[in-house]
Design a protein around this ligand. Structure first.
Ligand SMILES: O=C(O)CCC(=O)C(=O)O
Ligand SMILES: [Fe+2]
Length: 280
């Protein structure tokens, strides 16, 4: 039986996993070991995993039901796997610190990203630990954030002028807006499994802290966005073709660096559905 090796990459987050073939079904021990590693390290990296979309979806489905994204194109015949291809998709909104789909009542648990075609240079992705960021706050600020909620809005990352350029896109964009009105999540979140506390606001979708005045909200959000992405709470992954990353979207943010144009970059992503955020 194969043996999983887990190599931590920083104190805040990130670990590299070897000794498992993601193209094969996982046994219970492997699945549980990967879940435990995800809880602890928040983002996991696997090198040299040439998985096809069906294998990617099967791997991701070990950890929950899969989500079908409302905007990005899917792999034909495998709608749970979306395609981030700079030749076809506007991925500029990923070059911003964000937690995926926090405009949903139950944002993704996590996602599995597979590197299919990479530019000769650049195209790294960074992740930041909301747990490390929360833990580094001063006690008075931690106390202040308890019980606060923030508004998250789809339109902040998917503005009409970029995502509704054709009549069909406009109709889809309007329908998606209707289905996803702005909503609220707690500013700090309790991880539903590990019980750890994480900062849970992100520049991609968070527009306002509801209980504060406009000017207070603006300043505190600015402070939290900057604090959450300090270098010591982040890890930067330099992709090789067939690398796979699996992140816990409940307690992390990420940023896809847009520094390789006009070269093409193609990634496949399978997204695992999550639960409604709470703080306790
Ligand atoms: O392309 C990447 O590296 C990450 C893109 C992203 O934000 C995502 O897949 O959620
Ligand atoms: Fe993302």
């Amino acid at each position: 039986m194969s043996h999983l090796t887990i190599t931590p990459l920083s104190s805040a987050l990130g670990a590299q996993i070897s000794g498992v073939d993601l193209a094969q079904p996982l046994n219970v021990e492997q699945r549980d070991a990967i879940e435990q590693a995800l809880l602890k390290h928040q983002v996991l990296f696997f090198r040299d995993q040439p998985i096809n979309p069906r294998q990617q979806a099967h791997f991701a489905a070990n950890f929950g039901d899969l989500h079908i994204h409302p905007i990005y194109p899917n792999v034909p015949g495998q709608p749970e796997v979306l395609i981030l291809d700079t030749a076809h998709t506007d991925v500029r909104d990923n070059a911003l610190w964000h937690t995926d789909v926090t405009f949903l009542p139950a944002p993704a648990l996590g996602a599995v990203l597979s590197a299919k075609q990479l530019p000769a240079f650049g195209g790294d992705t960074l992740w930041a630990s909301g747990i490390a960021a929360y833990e580094a706050l001063s006690p008075p600020l931690k106390a202040m954030l308890q019980g606060l909620t923030a508004t998250h809005d789809f339109v902040k990352s998917f503005p009409r002028e970029r995502f509704a350029t054709t009549p069909e896109d406009l109709a889809q964009w309007e329908a998606t807006c209707q289905k996803n009105p702005p909503l609220s999540h707690p500013v700090i979140r309790t991880h539903p499994v590990s019980g750890r506390t994480s900062l849970f606001v992100n520049e991609g979708f968070t527009t306002r802290i509801n209980e504060l005045s406009d000017s207070e909200s603006e300043v505190i959000l600015k402070l939290l966005f900057a604090h959450a992405t300090r270098p010591e709470f982040t890890i930067r992954w330099r992709w090789q073709t067939n690398d796979v990353a699996f992140w816990d979207n409940r307690v992390t943010q990420h940023f896809a660096v847009d520094d390789y144009r006009p070269a093409r970059r193609v990634m496949h992503r399978a997204t695992v559905m999550g639960d409604v955020p709470f703080f306790r």
